[in-house]
Every structure is written in C-alpha cells, then in structure tokens.
Design a protein around this ligand. Structure first.
Ligand code: FAD
Length: 409
C-alpha cells in the first residue's frame, strides 16, 4: 500500500484545537493534512467562550472570521442562587488584552474556523476516520468515506480528536480522571425570558441548585435560541429514578429562577446527555505525536474553559512543532506538558472548589478586595497563564485563603 509522505504534519479532527493548530502551521510554510470524521457543520457541546479565546484566535489571524460571523456578544458570567446574583463582568480583570467573548453555536463556530484554516492552506478531508497509528514509525492509517484505506507518514501527528480520543485509545494512554462521575443533560429552547444585566444581553447564567447538588447553564444565542443544561453527580441523578428527559423537566420546574425563565419556553430539540465526561491521559506527547484539546485532559464544563484550553493547546503544539521542524530543539515536557498543566491546574483548583462549595463562598462574598476580584475575573476569563495573577501562581493557597476570609465575613 502507498505511503503518502507529502505532508509535514497530520491533524486528527477539525474542532477548534485542530483548526488553530493547522492554521498556525500552514502560515509558517508547512504542509498540513487534517482529516475529520464527520460532515460539517456538526453539533458538539460547549457553546460559551472566554475572552482568552479572542486573544488566541487573534494571534493565529483567525479572529476576523469569528467577528464577521456575528455571534452573540458575551460580557461575562452571572452566578445565581434562588435569592442572589453575582455578576462577573469580564471588563473588571487585571488589565488583560480582551475583555469580552462570544456565545456560539458550535456547529457554526467550528465550521467557520475550519473553513478559515482551509482558506489558509490546510488540506481538509471530511468523512474520513483515523483507524490506526504506528507511533514508532509515525504511520497513520485512515479509512475514507468510500471505504478506501490510506497510509500517511508525516513528521508529526497532532491528535485533536476531542471526545473521539483517538490516540489515547489506540495507544492505551487513557487514565481515569480524578473528577467524580458527573453527567450533563441539555437541550435548546426558544421563548425563555431574557433578562438584561447592567443593561447588557448575552451573559451566561450559571444557576446553583439544591444546595449545590446540581448546576444549570443558560447560554443565550442571538437568534432567540437558548442552550440549557443541567450538570450533577451520577448518584444525584439516579436518586430521582427518572429518565434524563423527565429529570431535565423536573429540575427546570423545581429550580426557582429556571421555573420563571422557562415558563413559556419550547424545546426545539430532543434532550441530550453526556455521561462521565471528565478524561485524563498518562502522557501528552511522544517523539512523533502530541495530544491537544479534549483528546488530552478534560476536567469539567462549569467555567466554560474547554474551547479556551483546546485553542491554547492547539496553538502551543503548533508553535513547538514549527520550532522543531525548523531544526531547533524542543523540550516537550517543559514547553508543552508543564506549560499546559499550569493553566489546567488553575481550573482544576477552581473546579474542585466549586463542587465542594468553597468557590461559591468566595464568589458571593461582598467584601473582596478589588485586586482579589480582578484576579478571580481574570481566571474566569481564561487568563490562566498570567504570572502576575496570584491565583495563577498559587491557586490552591489563594482559594483557601480567600475562602477562610469569606466565611469569617
Ligand atoms: C456538558 C459540557 C458542556 C461544555 N460546555 C462548554 C462551554 O460552555 N464552553 C467551552 O469552552 N467548553 C465547553 N465544554 C467543553 C468542549 O465541549 C470541549 O472542550 C471542546 O469541544 C474541545 O474541542 P476540541 O477541538 O478538542 O475537540 P472537538 O470539538 O470535540 O472536535 C474533535 C473533532 O475530531 C473529530 N474526530 C473524532 N474522532 C476522529 C477520528 N477517528 N478521525 C477523524 N476525526 C475524528 C470529531 O468528529 C470532532 O469534529 C463542555 C463540555 C461538556 C461535556
């Protein structure tokens, strides 16, 4: 069988991580092939972005295509209990470069990015699936739509296969996540009540339900459609003895703010569900490959960090691959794995503090010093590599310290 050696880099998957990696590589003069299993546009969960995404897309010359697509402007996050609101306005950060974001239907957002990568020179093949990888000789095997089997031998493979987790599965790199088994149940609706916050539309609402046993997302799009989701422990869900769809309706009816917001709403798609979404791997790279986006580690959706981390890792993997292919040495452990872990570990601390309740105390504490508030906003905006932010350099200590302060108050 022919071995195609025409490409410098082979990318598995056309989500945000794959598109940004491909776009950066071709703009540096490398030949890139990207295969995508699905037909685009395709649905994927994860519709609320963070300001750091704009920074990363801007660096990759991809922000214009997103700005032109006219997505819903997102000024920030509102955390909501039955009786209280905490508004996180992205403008009140530590002086980061971008201080707003977008709410996006991912079928459109991902398609726009992939088309942009294609315009820049990435060779994209849809409905083709990676089925094997020889990590030793860097040989990737693909089955095309017509059933033909092709083999490629690039200089580097970037696995951006998201929930497909292609190389972790093929190479036995999967390891259990330390996060609890949680599930997300979701739907899109129209006719919900939209409330302005500080005179602005477009905030994501994150509702806290039943003493933090579950949380709800409300993501408004600019065509009147809203994404609604409920996240909880598997055990909590099972305790109701309901189907996913019944559970969705029950939580919406019994959560005070949601019952008002969705009183007149109509579902426009079937209720969907993802179980046990957290994932981890034993290693992020080897001589011939690197894992990016959800094909590497995924913690939790509560802070809408998934696409940010996908773009960050895709961009970083591309930068280091460019350096390596240009003949410079790269320390993938320090420059990629350790670097990515800085940001992932900040979110990890926040996710843990969210589920054990410490973060809610911090968020709803009224007497936070301005600098503390700005530092928290910077993290929630996705700027988790800013070494001037003490929540980045020392996340656990800072969360613990501010939590102790908040409960004394
Ligand atoms: C409940 C929930 C809610 C979330 N909410 C948010 C949110 O609000 N904001 C946010 O930023 N993130 C959110 N996320 C996370 C977000 O979904 C992911 O982090 C993001 O989609 C990762 O992007 P990616 O490019 O790594 O992969 P993906 O977007 O999953 O793209 C991977 C692509 O690879 C393709 N592929 C898979 N297998 C193969 C194969 N064998 N061959 C070829 N192609 C293949 C797939 O078809 C897919 O198109 C959420 C996650 C969950 C579980």
């Amino acid at each position: 069988m022919n071995l195609n050696q025409n490409y410098d880099v082979f990318i598995i998957g056309g989500g945000p991580a794959g598109s940004i990696a491909g776009a950066k590589l071709v703009q540096s003069g490398f030949k890139v092939k990207l295969v995508e299993k699905m037909v685009f546009p395709r649905f994927v969960i994860g519709e609320s972005l963070l300001p750091r995404c704009n920074f990363l897309l801007d660096e990759a010359n991809m922000l214009a295509c997103i700005q032109q697509a006219n997505f819903q402007y997102k000024p920030g996050v509102v955390f909501q209990t039955d009786s209280d609101l905490e508004v996180i306005n992205f403008e009140n950060n530590l002086g980061e470069s971008f201080n707003s974001s977008f709410q996006v239907k991912r079928e459109t957002f991902d398609h726009e990015l992939l088309l942009d990568a294609q315009r820049k020179g990435v060779v994209v093949e849809f409905e083709s699936e990676v089925i094997d990888f020889d990590a030793q000789d860097c040989i990737i095997t693909v089955r095309t739509k017509s059933g033909e089997v092709q083999r490629y031998q690039p200089k580097k493979v970037i696995d951006a296969s998201g929930y497909g987790r292609v190389l972790p599965r093929l190479l036995g790199l999967e390891k259990p996540s330390e996060q609890a088994m949680r599930k997300a149940i979701f739907c899109r609706v129209t006719g919900d009540v939209r409330s302005l916050v500080d005179g602005k539309d477009g905030y994501i609402f994150v509702g806290i339900h039943d003493d933090n046993q579950a949380w709800l997302w409300n993501i408004p799009f600019n065509d009147g459609v809203t994404s609604v989701g409920i996240v909880c422990d598997e055990q909590y869900f099972k305790s109701f003895n309901l189907t996913e769809s019944e559970f969705f309706d029950y939580i919406i009816q019994t959560n005070l703010p949601a019952s008002k917001r969705y009183a007149q709403a109509t579902k426009i798609q079937a209720v969907g569900c993802i179980n046990g979404y957290s994932a981890a791997v034993t290693k992020l790279f080897d001589k011939n490959f690197v894992l990016v986006g959800n094909a590497s580690e995924f913690l939790d959706p509560v802070f809408s960090s998934g696409v940010t981390l996908a773009l960050e890792s895709g961009a970083k993997a591309a930068e280091l691959t460019i350096k390596e292919l240009n003949g410079h040495s790269v320390d993938w452990q320090i420059d990629y794995a350790d670097y990515m872990m800085v940001g992932i570990n900040v979110f990890r601390e926040y996710v843990n503090a969210w589920y054990d309740g410490r973060l809610q105390s911090i968020l709803f504490c009224d007497d936070k010093a301005e600098k503390v508030s700005q530092s928290v906003v910077s993290v929630l905006s996705g700027y988790v590599w800013n070494q001037e932010n003490v929540f980045v350099t020392n996340p656990k200590k800072m969360v613990d310290t501010i939590y102790r302060f908040s409960i004394i108050e």
